[in-house]
Structures are given as C-alpha cells and as structure tokens.
Write a protein that binds this ligand. Structure first.
Ligand SMILES: Cc1ncc(COP(=O)(O)O)c(C=O)c1O
Length: 334
C-alpha cells in the first residue's frame, strides 16, 4: 500500500441544515479528504498511471502541467510516490495557500501572470511549450484534453457514489473546470439511470452557461471561485451528459459556505460552495412543486482552508462587495 491507495473511497455525507430546510437529502462527496486535499488527486493518479502503462511517461522523465493549483498538488503527490519530478505552471492570481502547498508537496512551481487563453504566455501554453521543446525530458499531463482525467471519475468517483446511495440519486450537480468530474460522473450516471438529472453550475465569468444555452462561449463578470469555469470546449467536458445549466453569483456561494460552516461544521472551498448552493436552490424549487425527499449529490471538491485568504476573509469579501453576514442566507430561500 502506498499513498496512491489513499486516493478515492471518500465518504458521502449529508448537510443536515440544508436538507432540513429543503425537505430533501443534500449530500456531498468528501473529496477534500484525499491526501492532496482535493478532487484532483483522482485525476492525477489516473493520468499518471495510464501514461506509464501506455509507455508515454518513462522513468527519469519530469511531469509538467499547467493548473489553477489542485491538479498540481495531486500530481506532486503521485509524482513523489512514484519517483517522478513534477513541474507546475500556475497563474499568479490564485490563493497563495495553493502556491505554498504545491511546493510543500514537492513540486517545482513556476508562476505566470494571468492572461487570456489565446496568449501564448497562458499557463496552459507555458506547460505545453516546455513539453514540446524537450519531449524526452517532460511528460505533459494535459488535464483538459487527456481523457484519462474523466476516466478517473467514470471508474471510481461515480461508482462509489452509486454504491453509497444504492443507486438512489435524483440529481447530480457539479461545476466544471477541466470537465473531468462532469464528464466521467454524468456519463456513468446516465448509463445507470437516464432519469437522474445532471445539472452544471457555472460561476460568473465562465462561458459554459452561455455555451450550453446558445452554442457560443460568452461571459460576464468575474468570480472568486478557483479551478472551475472555462472559455473553451475541451475533450473531457465533451464527454458530459448535461440536462441543464445554471449560473450563480458569488454572493450565493458565499452565503451558503458561511451558513453550513456555522450550522454543520462543513468548511467548503469556493467551487464546492457553488455546487452546494445550486443543489440547495434546486431542492427548494422542487419543494415548491411538492417534489420533496429527493436526493441531491454534489462534490466537496476541496476544503475551505485553501481559501482562508478569500472566501473566509471578511476583508477580501468586502473588497469584492460580498458579505459573510448570515442574514443574507435568507435571500436564498425567497
Ligand atoms: C477546487 C476545484 N473544484 C472543482 C474543480 C473542477 O474539477 P474538474 O477539473 O474535474 O472539472 C477543480 C479543478 O481543478 C478544482 O480545483
């Protein structure tokens, strides 16, 4: 057994306060309990092991990846456990906690200024160009286009949820970054039961909402969330089977995050708070239609401690015209 065996098989827990208000079962899969503290450990493990099997990643090579952070932490752990060096390219506007963690877990960190995807200095292209320049030295994980990412969720995350719920799932809800979670989980659930409703939740500033509704990528505003939202169609996302899409505001996720921290002892990261906010919103809408006692499953992608300087900093929230005041949670019930 190695640290790789500690990835996955995470608990699925209920959020009692929200379940009670909505007369529903609102559940989160505790991906924050993976060794690297996020859902991306699964993708890292799957991509690395499958690349070794295919002979693409060989002894002595260095793993390189461009990431908003959590994939970098996952790759660092898997790389160290299997004897590979890891180099991570990350935009410099992510929570500083994650930069510290990437180096703490043993990867080399390169930060670049954030820029549009079309710019060749984007973190994605920086990692790609390093691998292309020295193909014998680097193996590029390429989480967006590498389908071994979504397979992690098709082969492990979704089957675990299926077993943990005895297949009693009414709604599956998730945000999307690389599309691995949404691609793998929705494909698995729809094969098992096409009646499970699969909902995507998109933060402000991401183009997935407009793409699904109108066929092109357009976005307004910006969001404090990290690791989710995108302005292009990527291979892992193409695998997803999505019934509907919603866009929520940062204030909605902030209110939910602070409410469940206070009432349930559950400290969600920002993407997870967005996930839970949509699950709660849909459950309330279904309650109004007298469709109660349904099961809503979503992801606790990473923990709030990774966002102490953002989601859980009143100073930061005020700078974005957001507030952790629990009174604002009442607005969600209207
Ligand atoms: C905190 C967090 N939540 C959600 C996601 C999205 O997961 P996926 O890349 O599988 O779409 C990521 C991806 O990096 C993440 O870091």
């Amino acid at each position: 057994m190695s640290v790789l065996n500690a990835i996955g098989n995470t608990p699925l827990i209920e959020i009692p306060s929200l379940s009670k208000i909505a007369d529903a079962k609102i559940m989160v899969k505790c991906e924050n309990l993976n060794p690297g503290g996020s859902i991306k450990d699964r993708a890292a493990k799957s991509m690395v092991l499958k690349a070794m099997e295919k002979g693409l990643l060989k002894k002595g090579m260095t793993i390189v990846e461009g990431t908003a952070g959590n994939t970098g932490i996952g790759l660092a752990i898997v790389g160290r456990a299997l004897g590979f060096d890891v180099t991570i390219v990350m935009p410099n506007n992510q929570a500083k906690e994650k930069e510290r963690l990437i180096e703490f877990f043993g990867a080399k960190l390169i930060t670049v200024p954030p820029c549009p995807f079309a710019d060749q200095n984007h973190f994605y292209h920086t990692a790609r160009k390093m691998a292309e320049a020295e193909p014998l030295k680097y193996w590029w994980a390429n989480q967006f286009e590498n389908l071994d990412n979504h397979l992690a969720h098709y082969e492990t995350t979704a089957p675990e949820i299926w077993q943990q719920t005895n297949g009693q799932i009414d709604f599956f809800i998730s945000a999307s970054g690389s599309g691995g979670t949404m691609g793998g989980c929705t494909k698995y659930f729809k094969e098992k039961n096409p009646n499970i409703k699969t909902l995507l939740v998109d933060p402000e500033g991401s183009g997935l909402y407009h793409f699904i509704k109108h066929g092109e990528f357009k976005a307004v505003g910006s969001s404090l969330t990290e690791g989710i939202g995108i302005m292009r169609l990527v291979a892992n996302f193409k695998e997803a089977k999505i019934d509907d899409v919603y866009s929520l505001t940062d204030q909605e996720l902030v209110s939910v995050a602070h409410y469940v921290r206070f009432h349930d002892g559950i400290t969600l990261g920002s993407s997870s708070a967005l996930n839970v906010a949509l699950a709660f919103k849909i459950a309330l809408e279904e309650k109004k239609k007298k469709n109660m006692h349904k099961t809503y499953v979503t992801m606790w992608c990473d923990g709030g401690e990774r966002s102490l300087s953002k989601l859980y900093s009143d100073e930061f929230l005020a700078s974005k015209n957001l507030s952790s005041d629990l009174a604002l949670f009442e607005n969600l019930k209207k």
